[in-house]
Ligand binder design. Structure first.
Ligand SMILES: [Zn+2]
Length: 232
């Protein structure tokens, strides 16, 4: 037992294990956040409530079965720091962990039942290549661990809007800001309930554009989940 502690302490010195939120080393083994940071995470509980703030964003824009954001986004707060870690510091572990929290919440809510696939909102290919991964896919992987719902990779692909597209009618303005989306494996998605997943929801324009493309597939229905919701 003593030897185990000595080895554990030595390991801690050589491989410092600190909280991803505040940097404190008051962590249990394999934990990414300390108890204080975990308690400070700003949960929304949207999943449990019909007509929540995220669902309201899409009313009249996109037909959804349900929508959820796990946290309130706030500048200069813990949640921004964690999302920054995921998107710009290569910290996939924190994204996976937060994805697990989303998955647990969706299970508890009961409003996200019968989902066939988790669909990560795609990045432009060059952006994903530069980053090395799509953060939404990392979140989906964590959600999968909690829910066992399969992640459908490359089910939808994002392309930059071309010049001609940007001159199109106003009704298609979402294509301008969000690029355009194609579904190379549409056949496999027919008749499925899809949960489209993103990191932060602000205006919802990109999710709207991607969601429309998915809803064009015969028989699909759509729900949305994100890590954080940023009010304008
Ligand atoms: Zn902490």
């Amino acid at each position: 037992m003593l030897l185990k502690h000595i080895i554990s302490d030595a390991f801690h010195i050589f491989y410092p294990h600190t909280c991803n939120g505040c940097g404190s080393d008051l962590l249990f083994k394999n934990q990414l956040l300390c108890i204080r940071c975990i308690s400070e995470l700003p949960h929304t509980n949207f999943a449990f409530h019909e007509n929540n703030l995220v669902e309201k964003i899409f009313i009249g824009r996109l037909k959804l079965r349900a929508a959820h954001s796990q946290f309130y986004f706030a500048k200069n707060e813990l949640i921004q720091h964690l999302i920054h870690q995921l998107k710009y510091n290569g910290n996939k572990e924190i994204g996976f962990y937060l994805g697990e929290i989303i998955g647990d919440t969706l299970l508890k809510s009961g409003r996200f039942s019968a989902i066939d696939y988790l669909i990560p909102l795609p990045l432009y290919a060059d952006k994903e290549f530069k980053r090395g991964y799509n953060q939404a896919e990392i979140i989906c992987n964590g959600m999968h661990k909690a829910t066992q719902i399969p992640v459908f990779i490359n089910g939808v692909i994002r392309q930059r809007a071309t010049e001609t597209q940007t001159r199109k009618h106003r009704a298609e303005r979402w294509e301008n800001v969000a690029g355009s989306f194609i579904v190379p494996k549409a056949f496999d998605l027919r008749g499925k309930h899809l949960l489209l997943v993103d990191d932060v929801i602000t205006t919802g324009a990109t999710l709207e554009a991607c969601g429309h493309t998915l809803l064009h597939i015969e028989g699909t229905s759509l729900s949305i989940a994100a890590l954080a919701h940023a009010s304008k």
